[in-house]
Design a protein around this ligand. Structure first.
Ligand code: PFF
Length: 470
């Protein structure tokens, strides 16, 4: 059966628009804020290798699966999974994948917006000259002042959530795509300039070695304390986090890409689009790492400084480079745009579901989703100040850390696992064959092998390992 369905939410006008919008979803805080800080926490090179392996063996095949399911079903992820399961004679329980994606989306949005709020605050700080001449110490103080103030964080969190909701309410076609197709390439060029700055002013050799020299004894170790005298313990956590991040950075496992796939024109090549998206996303993350770690080492900062890493290092570059006030302002503006085009995709599965099964209009659906995520976000705001103490932690994690861990490292990989299993076992082979329309049979066979065996077994091993089964 060839796919004649049309999405009730609108369609992308071309394959290029789809690719740009999906790059907009993939490239965001995950690449520029999260990748450097977790790479710093989990010890550098070996973590990066595991992350790259996860992108290649799990991320890319599952992204192809999500897009093909989305295009086949042409509805919100929940309806798509239900509809396809019915057509393929499988259990209706597969739509649980969609529901878990909606929950994961709320969890992610509720901290994503707070971090994007930091970037917004830095636009104004940088433009106002607050970063001029900063040192490592004063940059850390500035960051501490911001995160220590619940009021400021609430304001920026609210502004960013409003921005997100406004775009989601207007729908796919009138959204951010046009802006994103111009701004993402500019962000890319700015990152290149910052890598140039890191080469000249930073300790580039050490930063480069930290990112790319893999000490594999660190794959199963988590070290805390100062880099010179670390305390290390044996754990599967780095591998779990690297895999979780592969999902997070490619926006996989929660239906966001499936929702975007629903608006893809019929004859677009899914394989080509996926490779372009994954390469662009990975390149941005690696460039961010190359821009940041040389400054970390040159300024005597700790790579394992945590979520504040880029907000404590990049200001040093902006504060001391010629034209840094202007350049830094531009950079944070673009970071906000990158986060914005991601956050609208995080909300999309929930909104599309309210629209196509509950018959809501798009605008009220978007406002409801935005309001709920905003409320949940208050816990993330307080995690950095009033609720940062141990008495407010659960399993040794603040609410912010807990939501990130649960969504990125548990729900997204689990969602990805189920998506791989549905495509590989729950549906007939010819469904994938038809949708992917790969002309070279060998290439299809390789993907089929990976989606049925390599990705699911890989995810299962990482999970079992991290709960201590072996
Ligand atoms: N991929 C985005 C980033 O790297 O910032 C975050 C994200 C977007 C996660 C959409 C999940 C999602 F569905």
């Amino acid at each position: 059966m060839s796919n004649q369905r049309v999405s009730m939410h609108g369609m992308w006008s071309s394959r290029t628009v789809f690719v740009m919008a999906t790059i907009g979803s993939a490239v965001g805080l995950g690449n520029i804020w999260k990748f450097p800080y977790i790479t710093g926490q989990y010890g550098g090179g070996a973590f990066v290798v595991v992350y790259l392996l996860c992108i290649a063996l799990i991320g890319i095949p599952i992204m192809m699966a999500e897009i093909l399911l989305g295009r086949r079903g042409r509805a919100s992820p929940i309806s798509t999974m239900g509809r396809l399961a019915r057509e393929e004679g499988s259990s209706p329980a597969w739509s649980l994948v969609g529901y878990s994606g909606v929950v994961a989306g709320f969890l992610i949005l509720s901290f994503y917006s707070v971090i994007a709020g930091w970037a917004l605050a830095y636009v104004f700080q940088t433009a106002g000259g607050a970063l001029n001449g900063v040192t490592g110490e004063s940059a850390a103080r500035l960051f501490g002042d911001l995160t220590g103030s619940p009021v400021q964080l609430m304001i920026w969190h609210s502004v960013f959530m409003l921005m997100t909701t406004m775009v989601v309410a207007r729908g796919v076609r009138q959204g951010l795509e046009r802006a994103v197709s111009v701004l993402m390439p500019v962000l890319f060029v700015m990152l290149l300039v910052m890598v140039g700055y890191a080469v000249v002013e930073g300790d580039f050799a050490r930063g480069f070695a930290f990112l790319f020299e893999a000490d594999f004894s660190r794959v199963f170790q988590l070290c805390t304390g100062p880099a010179a005298t670390p305390e290390c313990r044996f754990t599967g956590e780095p591998v779990l986090v690297a895999m979780g991040h592969a999902f997070f950075t490619l926006s996989l496992g929660m239906g966001a890409i499936m929702a975007y796939g629903a608006y893809v024109p019929e004859h677009a090549s899914i394989t080509g689009a996926t490779i372009t998206i994954a390469v662009a996303d990975t390149a941005v993350a690696l460039l961010a790492g190359l821009a940041i770690f040389p400054i970390v080492f040159a300024s005597g900062l700790e790579p394992a400084a945590g979520p504040g890493l880029i907000f404590q290092t990049l200001p040093i570059a902006f504060g001391n480079m010629p034209g840094g006030q202007w350049f830094g302002t531009m950079f944070f503006v673009l970071l906000v745009f990158a986060a914005w085009s991601s956050s609208i995709s995080i909300a999309e599965p929930a909104v599309a579901w309210l629209v196509d099964t509950r018959n809501w209009r798009r605008a009220p659906a978007a406002w409801l989703v935005g309001a709920l995520a905003w409320l949940l976000g208050i816990a993330s705001v307080l995690s950095f100040n009033i609720w940062s103490g141990e008495e407010y932690q659960v399993f040794g994690k603040t609410f912010f850390e807990l939501k990130d861990f649960l969504a990125s490292n548990v729900m997204l990989p689990l969602g990805g696992l189920l998506i791989a299993l549905f495509v590989g076992y729950g549906a007939a082979r010819h469904m994938a064959l038809e949708e992917l329309a790969i002309s070279r049979q060998r290439l299809f066979d390789a993907w089929w092998l990976v989606i049925r065996y390599v990705s699911p077994i890989g995810i299962a091993i990482v999970f079992l390992n991290s709960v201590g089964v072996f």
